[in-house]
Design a binder for this molecule. Structure first.
Ligand SMILES: [Zn+2]
Length: 149
């Protein structure tokens, strides 16, 4: 089995959220972890079934397997809580970058973040890595107690 590419996973999720797809992890949890139908979940977040399956596929690839992806999604959710997109979509479907106040096409949102706001992306990834360490530390505690008793 392929190892988990955590760095790549974090990078992917961070870029998606900053680019305005802040529903990503939630949608994947509903679809992959809770087993809701792809049509229902896709409709809820105003994306196509094809997009939703594409996101799931990328996460599974980076996780190494579907079982691992299912375990990692709640962790990714915890890691990414509090991260706000810098690209916002208004009620007319117009995407605007809130950092440089530029209107961008939906399909260019992530590329825009990567190209012009690498500092924000780097900071977000660092933040998620730190949260991952906190989550790991929390998880290790019960193990220590068990071995001590
Ligand atoms: Zn910008």
């Amino acid at each position: 089995m392929k190892p988990v590419d955590m760095k790549s996973l974090i990078n992917y999720v961070a870029l998606k959220i900053l680019g305005g797809s802040d529903y990503l992890v939630q949608a994947l949890e509903e679809y992959l972890v809770n087993g809701e139908g792809p049509a229902i979940v896709a409709h809820r977040y105003n994306i196509s079934k094809h997009q939703l399956r594409g996101y799931a596929q990328r996460i599974i690839e980076k996780s190494g397997s579907e079982i691992r992806a299912k375990k990692l999604i709640p962790i990714l959710k915890e890691m990414s809580s509090g991260i706000k997109p810098i690209v916002n979509r208004d009620e007319n479907g117009v995407y605007t970058c809130t950092v440089c106040n530029t209107v961008i096409a939906r399909e260019d949102a992530e590329e825009h973040v990567r190209k012009y706001h690498k500092d924000v992306l780097t900071l977000t990834i660092k933040d998620m890595m730190e949260k991952l360490d906190e989550i790991k530390a929390k998880k290790e505690k019960p193990v220590i107690f068990t071995s001590a008793s």
